[in-house]
Design a protein. Structure first.
Length: 254
C-alpha cells in the first residue's frame, strides 16, 4: 500500500485512540450486557478507493473472547501522479473486487478495566483481497492517426494469515471505535495480466513505459511481478511475501 496513505491512517488511528480513551473508560461500564457489534470499516475507502464498502460483525464469546467477520466490495481508485493529476491510459475502464476476513480475538482480561468487547486485544486472522481491472486504449501517432488498440485485463489476489494487536473503545454503551493497530502477516500474492494488442508493443514505446509506471503504483511487490514480464502475452505470477494489516472501524453495539 502507498506509504503516505499508510502513515496518514496510522496518524488518524493514534489521534482517535487519544481522543476516545477517556470516553471509553467513563462510559463502558454496561458493555458486559451487550455482546454484538455491527460496524463499518472505513480504511478500504481511504486506502483502496472511495467506492469501496466493507461491513463487519463481532460476537463476544465466553472468557473475554470474540469472533469477527468482515466482508465487502472493493474498487480501486484511479491512479494519480505527483502533481495530483489522474493517470488514465485506458478508456472503458471497469474496476471491481472484494474483501473477506475473519479474526479471533483474545481481550486482555487482567489489563482491561471492562469486559469484552472493550479494551486491548490480540489474535490470529486470515483475509482474502481481490482486485480486478480491465480497459481498452487507442494509441495515436503525432498526426492523430490510430496506430494501435490495446486491451488489458488484470487481477490480483492476496491471501493473508497473520496475528494482530488492536484496541476497541466502547462509547456511551452503544458505539464502538475499533483500532487495528498492527497485524503482520504472511501473504500469498497471485497476479494475472493479459493484454490484447493489434500491434505488438515495443518495450521502448512510451505507452509501454507508461503502463509499467501505472502498474507499479497499483500492485504491491510490482518489482517482482514486472521483472521479465512480457506485456504482449498473458503473464501469471505467484509469490509469497510479508503483509501488514491496519485500520479503523466504527460500529454500533447491541
Amino acid at each position: 500500500m502507498n506509504k503516505i496513505r499508510m502513515n496518514k491512517i496510522l496518524l488518524v488511528t493514534l489521534i482517535l485512540g487519544l481522543s476516545f480513551n477517556g470516553w471509553s473508560q467513563e462510559d463502558s461500564i454496561q458493555v458486559k450486557t451487550r455482546k454484538n457489534i455491527i460496524r463499518w470499516n472505513i480504511t478500504p475507502m481511504a486506502v483502496i478507493g472511495p467506492k469501496s464498502f466493507v461491513l463487519g460483525y463481532e460476537r463476544v464469546l465466553k472468557n473475554n473472547q470474540s469472533i469477527s467477520i468482515n466482508a465487502g466490495y472493493l474498487e480501486l481508485a484511479p491512479r494519480t501522479n505527483t502533481a495530483g493529476d489522474v493517470v488514465q491510459l485506458f478508456g472503458d475502464v471497469k474496476r471491481s473486487g472484494f474483501d473477506f476476513s475473519v479474526d479471533y480475538r483474545f481481550y486482555f482480561k487482567n489489563r482491561n478495566k471492562f469486559p469484552a468487547p472493550d479494551g486491548l486485544y490480540w489474535g490470529p486472522y486470515t483475509s482474502l483481497y481481490n482486485l480486478k481491472f480491465s480497459g481498452q486504449s487507442h494509441v495515436y501517432d503525432d498526426n492523430n492517426v490510430l496506430i494501435n488498440t490495446v486491451g488489458i485485463d488484470a487481477g490480483i489476489t492476496m491471501y493473508n494469515i497473520g496475528a494482530q494487536l488492536g484496541y476497541q473503545f466502547i462509547i456511551k454503551d452503544r458505539f464502538s471505535v475499533d483500532l487495528m493497530l498492527m497485524g503482520p502477516s504472511l501473504t500469498r500474492y497471485s497476479f494475472n495480466l493479459a493484454f490484447n494488442a493489434d500491434v505488438a508493443l515495443d518495450k521502448d514505446d512510451p505507452f509501454y513505459i507508461g503502463m509499467e509506471k501505472l502498474l507499479s503504483t497499483i500492485v504491491p511487490g510490482s518489482e517482482v511481478i514486472l521483472d521479465g514480464a512480457d506485456f504482449n502475452v498473458q503473464s501469471k505470477t505467484k509469490f509469497n511475501s510479508f503483509g501488514f494489516r491496519y485500520g479503523v472501524q466504527i460500529g454500533y453495539v447491541f
